[in-house]
Design a protein around this ligand. Structure first.
Ligand code: UDP
Ligand code: MG
Length: 317
């Protein structure tokens, strides 16, 4: 196989403190890979400005003027990191590349793992997923919720590797397959693992954020995981149906028993407390279940509207 033309895509949301250094550092990696004859010298970097309100886009434009191998596009507003990644994948597919690696703007992922990604690509893998060695840099809350999320997803039938973030290489072939999936709420981590293309795993170290603060807050993470679940698994809906059936069965049996007692022992069950407890428990379960169904209805709602995933403001090619 011919050595690949590599593209690296970077989603950026208010990353003015990081991107210049990140791009410079990635070019150091490129240089070493070009010297080792592992990638084409025209390999490039593609930054997606996810509606930043700081000077991120100005810096990207500067970088592009200094070196045309820095390319990018800007969204008209903040769409979130998944959409930025999708835009990057679509952008480099149009510009042309053999494989593409996505990495964060704060370079928390060890950029030297890209070499191993490319090696695996040369071994014939279409997808190479980066797996974190540990989560030392994450707060306790983030670590525990993330682990719970991966456990839940796997339990629900979506086989996402634990500790995989969006640091991965995908081949041009995988990009072509992705183009056939029009859904707006594409959850990339699950998506690339369901495709069934040949996948390799590479372990990498996580570093602390280079500068600035995390651009993810609790709400954004919750949103990401809910999309992840509702776009990948209908098991929650089945559990609800089962739960409803079991509850009805339980009510039916208790009802018969009450009638039975009344007739034969003239001893009807009573007590305000029982009523209140039952009301709260069953009312709560029902509301919770309606909420879960609502998540799916919301997902359908978003998909049938068939809105574009994102709107491009400007592109530097
Ligand atoms: N990001 C983005 N849009 C957002 C939030 C984050 O494009 O709405 C980008 C961000 O600029 C970074 C990557 O997603 O390149 C990961 O974000 P961050 O490092 O803040 O997340 P963390 O590492 O704390 O999970
Ligand atoms: Mg980060």
């Amino acid at each position: 196989m011919e050595k690949p033309l590599l593209a690296v895509i970077i989603p950026c949301f208010n990353e003015e403190l990081c991107i210049r250094k990140t791009v410079e550092q990635l070019f150091v990696v490129f240089k070493s890979l070009i010297e080792k004859n592992k990638i084409q010298p025209e390999s490039y970097i593609y930054l997606i400005d996810d509606g930043s309100v700081d000077s991120t886009w100005d810096i990207i434009r500067e970088l592009h003027n200094e070196n045309p191998l820095v390319k990018g596009q800007k969204f008209i507003r903040n769409y979130g990191n998944q959409k930025a990644l999708i835009a990057g994948l679509e952008g480099v597919q149009v510009l042309g590349c053999d494989c593409v690696v996505s990495i964060d703007a704060d370079l928390q992922q060890d950029e030297w793992a890209i070499e191993k990604f490319v090696d695996e690509y040369m071994n014939g893998y279409d997808i190479v997923s980066g797996i974190r060695n540990d989560r030392r840099t994450d707060s306790f809350l983030k670590k525990s919720t993330a682990i719970a999320f991966y456990k839940l997803m796997n339990l629900l039938g979506a086989k996402i590797p634990v500790n995989h973030s969006d640091y991965r290489l995908v081949s041009r072939r995988a990009l072509e397959v992705m183009a056939k999936y029009p859904e707006t709420g594409l959850f990339l981590r699950g998506f690339f693992h369901e495709l069934g293309l040949k996948t390799a795993y590479v372990k990498f170290d996580v570093k602390p954020r280079m500068a600035g603060e995390s651009k993810f807050n609790f709400i954004k993470l919750l949103e990401l995981s809910l999309t992840g679940i509702t776009s990948f698994s209908i098991v929650p809906l089945r559990i609800i149906a089962m739960l409803g059936f079991l509850m009805a069965l339980f009510g039916f049996i208790v009802g018969i028993e009450a009638v039975f007692e009344k007739i034969f022992f003239n001893d009807a069950p009573n007590g305000m407390m029982t009523t209140i407890i039952l009301l709260c428990v069953f009312g709560g379960i029902q509301l919770f279940c309606v909420g879960i169904i609502g998540e799916y209805v919301g997902q359908i709602f978003r998909e049938v509207k068939d809105r574009p995933r994102y709107i491009k403001d400007e592109e530097l090619k």
